[in-house]
Design a protein around this ligand. Structure first.
Ligand code: SF4
Ligand code: SF4
Length: 436
């Protein structure tokens, strides 16, 4: 492959006084648009007519299924998630309470962008940026929780341990992820106190309890672009970070989206697509809810995540995660090739029960591996109830002993429904989101 012509150079400022700026070229043939190709009116349309919902809510049946499968297939991971959930419960209560916290001082009225940026980086956040908070990305079930008078999203990323991430899929990597969530929560307590002391209100979204997806606002803040793997690819650590947003009414100057070349680079890289054990990633982009992106096949991904420590191979094999955006983009300009593609160093991984998979080799699974209930548990119960009601023959082997008449059927349904609706809030896997 031949050397590429440079289209533009990207420079990210140093985060701390002793750090060098991060600069690298973006080849002309992978230039696209700053941020992500977007049809704004379609984003608004879908937000209005078909609001987003958290998978912890909309796919609650698969969450329950995953809990049972994990207990049998990967009991150590199940135990890790249980412990994590215990640690996160008070943190989630605190996150929910931030909406009603009052400022502890009078605001100066001046622009506090750099004060807040410096404070976040000094505290230990790995990256910080500012974008307008976009309420179109609030989940349907979280809309009543939103304070609509906070126009700015402070986008905060916290890097995850490099070495543990390279062992994906593993318990160590899951543990590292959980530790980042807990650390994120610790940092945000101090950071929230600081903003309140400047005289402004806040509302925290994440970790574990989110108002909605965060990547769109991180992209608007110039902190990265969306990869084929569905993750934010940051110039400093690729997708090896956990994200959090803090809304505020502080006077802030918003950052701008950047074209890092990712949109087109991913189209020629495709390593995550080729290495996904579940064949869950689609290499072709499509327009979805007003955004041009690659869609993940949830039904192919979740069964793999459930059995293999949250999987995450699509994060591990990404060259931008492994080597950093600067070496990857410089290598592309020099050679027209994807750094590390086709090497064991980048693409190899091990599944505990199946062994090592080198580049070009993927594990095989029986079809029943992917059999998983879809949708909300209560909707599935209701569909079963209706079926049994309209077809008494179905009240056979699977039906409760007393479900031989309609009243008994109704009572059984009601009890199972009540159990489902009364279930306590649970986190989805390693803290992806809460069910309520
Ligand atoms: S988490 Fe695993 S199964 Fe899911 S998309 Fe990534 S690589 Fe594929
Ligand atoms: S592995 Fe390649 S295609 Fe996938 S997100 Fe990373 S850069 Fe994009």
């Amino acid at each position: 492959m031949a050397r590429r012509r440079i289209g533009h150079n990207v420079t990210r400022p140093p985060r701390l006084p002793d750090e060098e700026p991060l600069s690298f070229p973006v080849a002309r043939d992978i230039q696209s648009v700053p941020g992500i190709p977007k049809r704004d009116n379609e984003v608004s349309y879908y937000s209005r007519e078909a609001p987003l919902e958290s998978v912890a809510v909309s796919e609650s049946a698969s969450a329950e299924w995953a809990g049972a499968v994990r207990m049998e297939f990967a009991p150590e991971t199940a135990k890790l998630y249980e412990d994590f959930q215990r640690r996160m419960r008070p943190i989630v209560d605190w996150i929910k309470s931030t909406r009603d916290m009052e400022p502890t001082a009078q605001p100066s009225g001046g622009d506090v962008t750099e004060t807040i940026r410096e404070a976040a980086l000094k505290l230990g956040y790995s990256e910080v940026g500012f974008a307008p908070f976009d309420p179109r990305y609030v989940y349907r079930s979280r809309r009543p929780d939103l304070n609509p008078r906070l126009p700015t999203a402070i986008c905060l990323a916290l890097e995850q341990d490099f070495d543990a991430t390279q062992t994906i899929p593993s318990l160590d990597a899951e543990r590292a992820q959980g530790d980042v969530y807990v650390r994120q929560a610790e940092l945000s307590r101090s950071f929230v106190d600081l903003i309140l002391s400047l005289g402004y209100k806040v509302q925290v979204s994440g970790p574990t309890w989110h108002l909605g997806p965060m990547i769109p606002m991180f992209v608007e803040a110039g902190l990265g672009q969306l990869g084929v793997n569905g993750q934010l690819l940051s110039p400093r650590f690729g997708s090896r970070a956990r994200l959090q947003i803090i809304l505020t009414d502080a006077k802030i100057t918003h950052d701008k989206p950047v074209d890092y070349g990712i949109h087109k680079y991913c189209a020629l890289c495709q390593v995550c697509v080729l290495r996904c054990p579940g064949r869950a990633l689609d290499g072709q982009k499509l327009w979805y809810r007003g955004i041009e992106k690659n869609k993940l096949n949830f039904a192919r991904c979740r069964p793999v995540m459930t059995r293999y420590s949250g999987c995450g191979i699509c994060m591990k094999v990404c060259p931008i995660q492994k080597y950093g955006m600067k070496p990857v983009m410089e290598h592309y300009v020099e050679t027209g090739e994807v750094l590390g593609k086709g090497t064991d160093n980048l693409e190899g991984y091990t599944l505990p029960d199946k062994g090592y998979f080198r580049p070009g080799r993927l594990p095989q699974f029986r079809p029943d591996f992917f059999a998983m209930p879809r949708g909300k548990t209560e909707d599935i119960l209701f569909a079963e109830f209706k079926e049994r009601l309209s077809d008494p023959d179905r009240n056979g082997a699977e039906a409760p002993q007393d479900a031989v008449d309609e009243d008994a059927l109704w009572r059984a349904f009601r009890e199972r429904l009540r159990d489902t609706l009364d279930r306590p809030e649970t986190t989805l896997d390693m803290g992806m989101d809460m069910s309520n």
